[in-house]
Write a protein that binds this ligand. Sequence first.
Ligand SMILES: *Cc1c(COP(=O)(O)O)cnc(C)c1O
Length: 232
Amino acid sequence: MSTPIKDRYEDVLTRIERACHNCGRNPDEIVLVAVSKTKPDSDVLELADLGQLHFGENRAKSLEDRLETIHNDDIQWHFIGTLQTNKIKYMSHRVNWIQSVHKKKALKEIEKRASADNRVINALVQVNISDEDQKSGCDPDDLESILTYGQSLKHTKIKGLMGMATFTDDAEIVRPEFQKLKALRDKYSYLSEGSVSLEHLSMGMTNDLEVAIEEGSTMLRIGTAIFGERNY
Ligand SMILES: *Cc1c(COP(=O)(O)O)cnc(C)c1O
């Protein structure tokens, strides 16, 4: 049976395939994270039934609520929003990926909590790549010291970088921002040692997924195109 969410989901998969085809990439290289935000659990479960495995939330409380109500061990949960160190303890028992690490203090807390639960949490370092919002992500100049710190962690694996482009559908504004994230990944790939391996570039949302794929994204975070418009 066709439902609005199934149709939108298939449209997104088609967009990804087409964008990969156009630039000679393999769609299997790309992890699609479905960003559920305010949408009901039933939407998440419907997508999980369709084979979608990765889901993301941008608020600690929303993720905490999902972890309480959805019990599907196949799902990989991602935290993608502004990370407050004191909220890590509410997700560390189950979250698989924390994409928005922007300082050593957050890594230290993730390591402490994951170690206590004897688990491994994947992390991405969020870098500020747009001039729009100075608050999201670390300064590129801080990357070297954050990544060096991450090398010796045991329960935290730093898998790459995350960036949010300026909120616009103008490809010529977002493209250089994505290029900047990829250039930073390439520049610091020599720090891939121990628990650091910079294989992932999490970039691309509903408006800019095609440009992100062209510029090397390996992880897309898609909300609206899958779940429909939000009220905020
Ligand atoms: C909401 C959100 C997304 C998804 O945005 P859409 O434009 O709805 O696809 C991606 N990343 C972050 C950090 C978000 O907060």
